[in-house]
Design a protein around this ligand. Structure first.
Ligand SMILES: C[S@@+](CC[C@H](N)C(=O)[O-])C[C@H]1O[C@@H](n2cnc3c(N)ncnc32)[C@H](O)[C@@H]1O
Length: 315
């Protein structure tokens, strides 16, 4: 069912806060000069008495690590045109959006904007209120699903950077679809678990084994224990996502996100649009789908039409 579009409600009038900023890293070596202490407190990264506990230090480390990857991408966009537009899908409490804005966007004054897309209304409201209270005019939060945001008129046509950090299940795939439709220059993904591919793998096991030589070389074992099939499905999903991005002219890098050592979901995929040749990755993608009996997922991971449209536009 298509989610109705709702403009963000006007934030309630809240008392203005004095915004202490870090002037030195002496007190908090983890906090950057100029960073808003009050914002970090509101995000519950710093406690009310200004302390940083183990959990929040880890969270901050994770976000900084991502910021480190995103900052040079923003610089590249800004070399091209003034004002960068970033959409963060499955924003949650918007740690990433707020810290990015505080560190890199708030002094730009060039129309740059961060949009947070999130289906949980209370989180959207809270983030919008926070942005108003901290006078961050270049931040908006929309109560939309990632899929619905692709056609939403509440977002501009041109989006430079798309991020999706642990966006649940197929929301990462919707974020990729969003980015390809918007012809985003950069896409930064830390995928969550995805159950869809594993369920199709399980459903089509017999056909996959009949179709090819997997059974002969022992790979049928991948289907023996459901847990292995699920994990295999998760890995395959990311392989297919990378091929899909390459099949749309992107250069893709895959690394580990530090600070997420406790989580299995620590794969960082960064895609940069380079207008690269698409044929070979498209063929590889089709081969993988066929080999694994996943042909019915062709629509999820590839769109001829989108690839054609993207090819015509040099970004
Ligand atoms: C695991 S949290 C991650 C939040 C944030 N990105 C972070 O890393 O701290 C996933 C968030 O995505 C939201 N979400 C899940 N599916 C979504 C969808 N299809 N469209 C928009 N938001 C979605 C959830 O409500 C949740 O807040």
């Amino acid at each position: 069912m298509k989610r109705a579009e709702r403009a963000p409600k006007a934030a309630k009038a809240l008392p203005a806060v004095a915004i202490p900023v870090a002037t030195t890293t002496e007190q908090h070596p983890d906090i950057r000069p100029g960073q808003s202490i009050a914002l970090l407190q509101e995000l519950h990264i710093l406690t009310r008495d200004g302390k940083l506990n183990q959990d929040s230090r880890r969270k901050l480390k994770q976000v900084y690590h991502l910021v480190q990857f995103i900052e040079p991408l923003l610089e590249q966009v800004l070399q091209d045109h003034a004002g960068v537009t970033l959409v963060d899908h499955g924003a949650g409490k918007s740690y990433l959006g707020f810290i990015l804005y505080d560190l890199l966007f708030k002094n730009l004054q060039n129309g740059s904007h961060i949009y947070g897309i999130e289906t949980r209304d209370e989180l959207v409201q809270k983030s919008q209120e926070l942005a108003t209270r901290f006078a961050f005019p270049g931040m908006s939060f929309l109560n939309l699903s990632v899929a619905a945001s692709t056609g939403s008129t509440l977002l501009p046509q041109q989006i430079d950077v798309v991020t999706a950090l642990h966006a649940c299940n197929t929301a990462t795939d919707d974020a990729i679809h969003f980015a390809l439709t918007k012809r985003a220059r950069f896409i930064v993904l830390v995928p969550c678990c995805q159950a869809e591919v594993a369920s199709v793998l399980t459903k089509n096991k017999r056909q996959a084994l009949k179709n090819n030589a997997l059974i002969g070389n022992g790979l049928a074992e991948l289907w023996r224990h459901p847990l292995h099939t699920r994990e295999f499905g998760s890995q395959i999903t990311n392989v297919l996502r990378c091929l899909q991005l390459e099949a749309h002219g992107y250069q893709v890098s895959v690394t580990e996100l530090v600070g997420w050592e406790h989580s299995m979901k620590n794969e960082l995929i960064v895609a940069s649009y380079k207008n690269l040749p698409r044929q070979r990755p498209s063929e590889r993608l089709q081969q993988m789908l066929q080999t694994l009996g996943l042909e019915e997922m062709g629509q999820r991971f590839f769109s001829e039409q989108l690839a054609g449209a993207t090819a015509e536009v040099a970004i």
